[in-house]
Design a protein around this ligand. Structure first.
Ligand code: NDP
Length: 413
């Protein structure tokens, strides 16, 4: 039994809070803390209504502020802090965990606010400090990163002597019936997909123009969808933890309308992350005033909130790993392991769409693994460094069943 503190009250945190509340055999005390306390209160009330769990505490905290975090951690004394705010807060929350003696879990690697660039080096630099403090940090425990890395660990443990080719394929074949919307935080999402593509081959990284490489891939129960090679964070740790990998790539589907909107957003500079000055008449009519805005943050404010997409979202997501390598029998084999998740089923259970669901459920299971002592290892670890088996059992039980296809056509050379 343990105490968990969830930071953030957005789409992913909403799903994780529902699931954590349902795992009452493991989480005996729960707190939700975020920048806007009213959102935490509303979430705690929604969870109470859905699960009957009325003892969830809430608090306001600015997760950019280490002393504020430390004060909250010392007061509540969680065993584990689940960082379900934004990647900008990873390091401040890790600092506070070290100071207050709490373990840590997140779903996205650190990214500085002023540079659209993500990599693990900043968080891996905390390894020794977490190790010395006897605390565990579990990095990237959503779906991708998260389940995709655990799928790879499972394949390596049960099906392959050597993994040679890894393609992570992420398809969202859902329709939210909006002209343009992102499925998770718009600022983080647009920063991610407008970056150059990157993949790993023969010991080095190869950079591409954004969306330069694409091809149709067939997704189970969905059919063919144009899939684009993107830079994605789990590749960085997987090629280190599985050094037999010769090539690792990440693919994501996008519809034509989505790409057209994205192109316009970029062409008119609305994806800029630097501050610009905006001069407008004062509301009281006494002249003009100049305010500073970051265009992408302003865009986020006018785009649909991903948390509001669920009600009219139909269709499903399909995310998995397509792997080729040398099987346990010494012969070459292919393997495809995936999960399909229905947006409507996710909404009915948690009020959120499938993308929040596929992230929040694994975060809860990772926290469960930690509380049970199955994933407790002082230091800073990517999820593939833990035993995948107990996680995979829970994944099926907690709403994300997975399927395997042996020796099928991976469609990828
Ligand atoms: P949302 O924007 O819906 O939620 C973010 C939450 O964090 C909000 O409640 C926000 O508060 C809060 N927050 C932001 N800044 C602070 C701060 N300084 N202090 C305290 N709270 C803060 O995002 P999502 O739920 O869509 O995404 C959450 C995380 O999940 C992101 O890191 C995202 O990258 C990651 N993710 C991972 C995926 C995976 O598969 N691994 C897939 C999808 C998302 P407020 O409401 O006041 O703004």
């Amino acid at each position: 039994m343990g105490k968990v503190l969830i930071i953030g009250a957005g789409g992913v945190a909403t799903v994780a809070a529902h699931k954590v509340a349902k795992n009452a055999d493991v989480f005996n005390e729960i707190m939700i803390a975020s920048r806007t306390k009213s959102k935490c209160d509303a979430l705690a009330a929604a969870v109470a209504k859905a699960t009957g769990r009325t003892d969830i505490k809430t608090a306001r905290v600015d997760a950019d502020n280490v002393p504020e975090l430390v004060a909250l951690f010392r007061e509540f004394q969680p065993d584990l802090v689940m960082n379900l705010a934004l990647p900008y807060q990873d390091l401040t929350i890790m600092d506070a965990c070290l100071e207050a003696g709490c373990s840590y879990l997140d779903t996205a690697n650190y990214e500085p606010k002023d540079e659209a660039h993500f990599e693990y080096s900043w968080q891996w630099a905390y390894r020794e400090r977490f190790e010395k403090a006897g605390l565990t940090a579990i990095l990237g425990c959503g779906f991708d990163p998260g389940v995709t890395s655990i799928f790879t660990a499972y394949a390596a443990k049960h099906h392959f002597k050597e993994i040679h080719y890894l393609d992570i394929v992420d398809c969202n074949a859902g329709n939210h019936h909006k002209a343009f919307a992102t499925n998770f935080n718009p600022e983080i999402n647009i920063r991610e997909i407008t970056q150059k593509g990157l993949y790993y081959e023969d010991g080095k990284y190869i950079e591409t123009e954004p969306m330069e490489i694409h091809q149709p891939l067939t997704y189970p129960n969905i059919g063919p969808k144009e899939s684009y090679l993107l830079h994605h964070e789990e590749i960085e740790s997987l090629v280190i933890n599985y050094p037999t990998i010769k090539r690792a790539r990440f693919w994501m589907t996008f519809g034509e309308a989505y790409l057209k909107h994205l192109e316009v957003i970029q062409n008119i500079g609305m994806d800029r992350i630097d501050e610009i000055e905006y001069t407008a008449p004062k509301a009281d009519g006494t002249g003009v005033e100049t305010v500073k805005i970051v265009p992408l943050q302003f865009l986020k404010a006018v785009l649909p909130n991903p948390q509001d997409l669920g009600e009219n979202y139909d269709g499903e997501t399909s995310i998995g790993c397509r792997i080729k390598g040398i099987g346990l029998d010494g012969k070459e084999h292919t393997y495809y392991i995936y999960n399909n998740c229905s947006h409507q089923a996710a909404y009915e259970e948690t009020g959120m769409q499938g993308v929040s669901y596929t992230t929040g459920v694994p975060a809860c299971i990772g926290a469960r693994m930690f509380m049970l002592g199955l994933w407790k290892k002082p230091g800073v670890h990517n999820v593939e460094e833990f035993d995948p088996d107990p996680f995979m059992v829970e994944l099926g039980k907690q709403g994300l069943p997975w399927h395997e296809i042996h020796d099928g056509d991976l469609e990828l050379d």
